[in-house]
Each structure stands twice: as structure tokens, then as C-alpha cells.
Design a protein around this ligand. Structure first.
Ligand code: URA
Length: 233
């Protein structure tokens, strides 16, 4: 990026006025006054205007990913396993908002908007997180009610949730559960607490966002309406 554009995108001034600043010797690159108008800023260059370091404002991006199983919800993994950011088709660095377990699939938001991410991850928000679960064995209505009222998941009683039993076969039950909090491995621990370990888990909704027809591994940009909804939460 040309130096005048770099200064303008940091919100300091217009490109034309940036040229004046450069001519006036007010711009330093890596500590040296830079008077070359057409200089291209390189990766790692430290740019200062009037002695203050500046950086261009990053364009904010917001993605909704259908996380596949076998991906770590992180930007890097010490064990070299695939990470969710590998699936975002953008050169802008993004990070996941919240966590899904390695083997959980479904709706995950990725963004470079740190302010929004912090807000959404704050426990006080407690907006709906809806999961499709396949659990071992046949879950009865009575057991579903236990889940709804709150179960002990090891030193913590879960707050009320909503459970819909959808179908079952001889060995497993498919259900939807909506929780309003986000303890580590909460859904798996809740079903384990009623004696029906989770076999498959997928997040299908977050607030009023839904996974829709997005296939595992695919991601899409959030619409402006979806972004402003998240900002309003
Ligand atoms: N609850 C879980 O147990 N795992 C997840 O990945 C998300 C919610």
C-alpha cells in the first residue's frame, strides 16, 4: 500500500494532505524521515506521523461457518490439527467467537471485530444456543424434563433450557436443545448427567441466526442485517 493511502486508511487525514505531511518531513518509517511520495509500505514497517505510530484500520469482516467435525476452534493448534480459520476464504485474520468442541459441528461466527466478539462471549448475554443432538439410548419425556429444569453437570446446576424430542430408533434419540448459557462441553455433560451420552452434536442456531443449508466446511458472510442484530444484542 502506498504511504499516502496507508496514512489515509489509518484515519489521520486525506491522501492529498498525507502527501503534504510527507513533504513536510512529518512521516517516519522505521525511525527514518520518509520523503518519497510513492513509497510502498512493506510488511513489518513501523510508520509514525508526528512521532506517533499509526496502523491502517482493518476492514471488519463477519463470517458464519458450518464447522465440520475434526477441526479445532482456534487460529492455531500446537498438535498441528486443522483449525477453523483454515476454512475462511479471506486474507484478513479472523478469530472464532466462542467455542465448539473438536467433534461438534455447526454454527460458528468468525470475525476480526474484537469489540463485538468480546461482547458476544460475555456470560451476561446468555442468548439462545440451539443444538441438534443424537444421544445414546432412548431419552424419555421425563428425562427431557430433567434437562429442561436443570441438571448437575459436576458442581454446577444448569439453568432452564428447552428440549424437543424429535425421534428415536432402537439405540439412539435425536433431540433439539436450546440453552442460554455456555459452560465448557455443557450439552455433552447435560446428556451424560441423565445417562444418555452424546453421540453427535451440532449447533444449529445462535440467537436468531441459523445454520440454514450451509454444508459442513462452508462459510458465508453475515448479511448487514445479521451484523447489526448481533451488535444490538
Ligand atoms: N456443548 C458441548 O457439549 N459441546 C459443544 O461444542 C458446544 C456445546
Amino acid at each position: 500500500m502506498r504511504i499516502n493511502q496507508y496514512i489515509a486508511s489509518a484515519g489521520i487525514t486525506s491522501r492529498r494532505k498525507a502527501d503534504d505531511m510527507i513533504a513536510e518531513g512529518r512521516v517516519r518509517i522505521n525511525g527514518e524521515v520518509m520523503k518519497i511520495q510513492g513509497y510502498h509500505v512493506q510488511d513489518g514497517d513501523i510508520v509514525e506521523v508526528d512521532g506517533v505510530r499509526i496502523e491502517p484500520e482493518q476492514k471488519k469482516v463477519y463470517y458464519l461457518l458450518n464447522k465440520p467435525a475434526g477441526y479445532v476452534t482456534s487460529t492455531a493448534d500446537k498438535e498441528g490439527r486443522p483449525v477453523v480459520t483454515d476454512l475462511v476464504p479471506d486474507h484478513i485474520r479472523v478469530f472464532p467467537v466462542g467455542r465448539l468442541d473438536y467433534n461438534t459441528t455447526g454454527l460458528l461466527i468468525l470475525t476480526n471485530d474484537g469489540e463485538l466478539a468480546n461482547k458476544l462471549m460475555h456470560p451476561s448475554h446468555g442468548f439462545d444456543k440451539k443444538y441438534l443432538v443424537r444421544a445414546a439410548g432412548i431419552v424419555t419425556l421425563k428425562e427431557a424434563k430433567l434437562l429442561e429444569n436443570g441438571v448437575d453437570i459436576g458442581g454446577f446446576i444448569t439453568s432452564p433450557s428447552e428440549v424437543d424430542l424429535i425421534r428415536h430408533d432402537r439405540n439412539s434419540t435425536v433431540a433439539e436443545i436450546t440453552i442460554h448459557e455456555g459452560k465448557n462441553r455443557q450439552v455433552r455433560r447435560m446428556f451424560k448427567a441423565i445417562g444418555h451420552p452424546v453421540l453427535e452434536l451440532s449447533r444449529i442456531g445462535l440467537g436468531n441466526l441459523s445454520i440454514g443449508r450451509l454444508a459442513p466446511g462452508q462459510c458465508r458472510k453475515l448479511s448487514p442485517a445479521e451484523v447489526s442484530y448481533l451488535k444490538r444484542i
